[in-house]
Design a protein around this ligand. Structure first.
Ligand code: SF4
Length: 301
C-alpha cells in the first residue's frame, strides 16, 4: 500500500486529524487536514470532532494543542522536534526577572514551554503581540523569549518592555541578513518585501509589510502586486504557490530553513498513527495554569 494511503486509512481508523504548520515539509503539508500557524491549528483541533490530533510541528505547538484540548490525545510524530527558541527561556530565568520587576506583568510568546507559560499573565502570537501588550494594565511588561518580536512590539507601545532572555531569538529567522535581502531585491526589483516579526530589526525597518505567517498569506492575497520576497522560513512558499499560483514568491534567504520543522517525514506520521506515539503529556496542574494564560489571550478583542 502507498504510504499516503496507509496514513489515510490509519487516520480514519483512529478518528484522527492531521495538522501541519506552514513550515513543514511539502509532502506533509499536502497530506494535512489543516495547515496554518500554531494557534490557528490548535483552534482547528478544538473545533474538530476527532479524538486524536497528529500535530506536525514542534514541541511547544503540540503542547499548546494538548493544553487547549485536554480531552484529546495529541501526538507529535517526531518527539525530538524541539524548537530552539522555546528552549532559550527557562522557568528559573523567568522567575528571576519577575522578582526584579514585581509590578510588571508578563506576556510570553506562544513559542514557550508549558511550565513557563504557566507563570505568564498572558500569551501572545506574532499576529497579536502588540495588541496583547497594549491590553495589559501594568506599565512595564516582561516579554520573551524573542528579542526581535520585542523590537516589533516596542515600536507599537508606550509601555516599558523588559526582554527575557535578552539573547532570545529564532535561529532560522536570524539567518536572514540584510545582504541576502539586498541580493533578492536586486534580482526581483518589482517584488514587495514581506517579513515575519521574528526577523532582525534592520529588516523590519526596510520591509514593505510585517506580519505573522497567516498575515503574510493574507497580505500577499490582497496585494495588487504579483511578486514577493518573503522574510521567513522558506517552507511557507509551498503553501503560497498552491494558494496563489498566479503570483511569484522568492525566499529572502536560501538559508532560512528550520531543520527542526523539517524533522517530521511521512514515515513518522504513519508510525505515529500506527503505534499511537509520541503522546504529548503536560502535567494537569501546569496545563490548567497555562490554559488560563492562553484563554486570556483569546479573550482580548
Ligand atoms: S522557525 Fe524558529 S521559532 Fe519556529 S520552530 Fe523553527 S526555530 Fe523555532
Amino acid at each position: 500500500m502507498e504510504l499516503t494511503d496507509e496514513i489515510l486509512k490509519l487516520k480514519a481508523e483512529r478518528n484522527a486529524v492531521i495538522l501541519a504548520h506552514n513550515y513543514q515539509r511539502p509532502e506533509v503539508i499536502d497530506i494535512a487536514d489543516y495547515v496554518g500557524d500554531s494557534l490557528g491549528l490548535s483552534r482547528q483541533a478544538s473545533a474538530s470532532k476527532a479524538k486524536v490530533i497528529v500535530f506536525c510541528g514542534v514541541d511547544f505547538m503540540a503542547e499548546t494543542a494538548s493544553i487547549i484540548n485536554p480531552e484529546k490525545t495529541v501526538l507529535l510524530p517526531a518527539e525530538w522536534a524541539l524548537c530552539p527558541m522555546a528552549m532559550m527561556l527557562s522557568l528559573p530565568e523567568l522567575l528571576n526577572v519577575q522578582k526584579e520587576y514585581p509590578d510588571a506583568e508578563t506576556v510570553l510568546y506562544i513559542n514557550t514551554h508549558a511550565d513557563v507559560k504557566a507563570h505568564a499573565d498572558c500569551i501572545c502570537t506574532s499576529a497579536n503581540a502588540d495588541k496583547i501588550v497594549n491590553s495589559m494594565k501594568a506599565d512595564t511588561i516582561i516579554f520573551g523569549p524573542d528579542r526581535n518580536l520585542a523590537y516589533y512590539v516596542r515600536k507599537r507601545t508606550k509601555k516599558k518592555i523588559v526582554v527575557v532572555p535578552e539573547r532570545g531569538l529564532c535561529p532560522t529567522h536570524h539567518m536572514i541578513q540584510p545582504d541576502d535581502v539586498e541580493k533578492a531585491r536586486r534580482a526581483h526589483p518589482q517584488a514587495e518585501l514581506v517579513v515575519h516579526p521574528e526577523v532582525i530589526p534592520e529588516l523590519q525597518d526596510i520591509a514593505d509589510h510585517i506580519a505573522s505567517t497567516e498575515g503574510m498569506i493574507m497580505y500577499c492575497k490582497s496585494s495588487p502586486k504579483n511578486e514577493f520576497i518573503l522574510g521567513t522560513e522558506s517552507g511557507i512558499i509551498h503553501r503560497m504557490k498552491k494558494e496563489m499560483p498566479e503570483k511569484k514568491f522568492y525566499p529572502a534567504s536560501d538559508m532560512a530553513v528550520c531543520n527542526t520543522m523539517k524533522m517530521i517525514t511521512l514515515h513518522h506520521v504513519r508510525d505515529s498513527l500506527r503505534d499511537m506515539k509520541h503522546k504529548v503529556a503536560v502535567p494537569k496542574e501546569t496545563a490548567d495554569k497555562a490554559r488560563k494564560t492562553i484563554e486570556r489571550m483569546l479573550s482580548v478583542k
